[in-house]
Design a protein around this ligand. Structure first.
Ligand SMILES: [Mg+2]
Length: 410
């Protein structure tokens, strides 16, 4: 069946938000990221591109390449707020959409044409509404599937639109470099390059079996993508529910120290699951059930994050506000919701490369050594050592499409 899929991506999102709040930044080279010695570029304006600057680069190097650039320490809270504003505008027009990352959205417009206007016109009106109401530049691609639409958005940028007609997907992709296909990273593109494969057209002309011989299962996916085929569904935003952990104590307890340790361990475990699935949360909730079965919960909206050092203190604060009756407790629980795709990048602003490295090292060890024979995590922060772990360390997000970092297309 023929589908019509819209992909929208805010242009240089962090930079655009900064410009929205300070119009003097218009037209100037801007670097957003950690400003300390070991800071990293999280986003850069188009004016910095001719200097060879890209996101993920050490800030120090970027400053050397473009000394006249304005350097701004990003703030996750402001970006989260703007991202939600854009989500709300989209929701008014398209009730079912996927929020692929903090600045990227998909919507299924299949069958819309029959009713009022064409899907292209509809997408264009939505783009203009976002520009006007949110004050942020955004580009879109429209085609038969997510993959081609995403690539189309990339070719439209900045601040523009691109439609790829049904049946022309292959010729649209043919002249592009293979690395333009989402999922082709440095490593794959090097393998392909070594095989003399530079352009998508070459893959299109190869038999699928050959790709599968070289790259295995990924080769088959890649071959299909190179041919403009992709049947990945839209994952509606509201269905991307939440992850949670709760535990009923073997015996009701009044030991607040033990309860705190427990919810801390839960938070740690959930945050790890987020990072493992390249997800961020923006809503924490904590639950207590007293011995008389009365249950109370409290939630808190926060800027998107997956970092323990941000999440756990908030979980403890919620718990302290909740636990106010002089009664034994039967159950405690922690829940993260409002999940979107995204990685550490959003927390790069506090100049804590060491901290990010520490997370990565801990997560690596968890992945490698996992759990003991009772299912307890072997690796944890000192404060929760000794607490039996609450859930398996698996990735709850398996089966979802590969995660594209938010800055991939700027
Ligand atoms: Mg973007």
């Amino acid at each position: 069946m023929e589908r019509t899929i819209l992909h929208m991506d805010l242009d240089t999102f962090f930079v655009s938000v900064e410009r929205k709040n300070d119009t003097r930044l218009e037209g100037k080279p801007i670097l957003v990221g950690g400003i300390g010695d070991r800071g990293v570029v999280a986003a850069c304006s188009y004016e910095t591109r001719p200097f060879g600057i890209h996101s993920g680069m050490p800030m120090k190097m970027a400053r050397n390449l473009c000394p006249e650039a304005v350097v701004i320490r990003g703030e996750a809270g402001i970006y989260s707020k703007e991202s939600k504003l854009v989500s709300d505008i989209i929701r008014e027009t398209v009730p079912v959409f996927e929020k692929a990352s903090i600045d990227e959205f998909y919507a299924d417009l299949s069958g819309m044409d029959r009713f009022c206007k064409s899907s292209y016109q509809m997408a264009d009106e939505l783009r203009m509404r976002i520009k006007k109401q949110a004050g942020l530049p955004i580009s879109f691609g429209l085609s038969a599937n997510k993959l081609v639409s995403k690539v189309a958005t990339g070719t439209a940028k900045p601040d523009n639109k691109r439609k790829v007609d049904f049946g022309t997907e292959k010729e649209f992709l043919a002249p592009m470099l293979v690395k333009k296909i989402p999922m082709v990273g440095e490593k794959t593109s090097q393998i392909l390059y070594n095989l003399g494969i530079k352009h998508v057209k070459t893959i299109q002309e190869m038999p699928m079996e050959m790709m599968s011989k070289v790259l295995g299962k990924n080769g088959v996916v890649l071959w299909n993508r190179a041919n403009g085929r992709d049947d990945t569904p839209i994952i509606p935003f509201h269905e991307r529910k939440s992850i949670s952990n709760e535990r009923t104590f073997g015996k009701d307890t009044g030991d607040s120290k033990r309860m705190r340790e427990m919810i801390r361990a839960m938070g740690e475990n959930l945050a790890y699951q987020l990072r493992n699935g390249d997800k961020l949360t923006s809503c924490i909730s904590v639950k207590i059930r007293y011995a008389d079965f009365n249950t109370f919960s409290k939630q808190l909206k926060i800027p998107y994050t997956s970092a323990d050092h941000i999440l756990i203190p908030q979980i403890e604060r919620l718990f302290d506000q909740l636990y106010n009756r002089r009664m034994m407790v039967r159950l405690v629980g922690v829940n993260f919701s409002d999940l979107v795709n995204g990685n550490y990048q959003i927390n790069m602003f506090d100049d804590s490369e060491e901290k990010l490295n520490l997370y990565q090292a801990m997560d690596y060890l968890r992945n490698r050594y996992g759990t003991d024979d009772r299912g307890n995590s072997i690796i944890s922060w000192g404060t929760t050592l000794g607490i039996a772990n609450i859930a398996s360390m698996g990735n709850p997000f398996n089966g979802e499409p590969p995660i594209i970092p938010a800055h991939r297309n700027a």
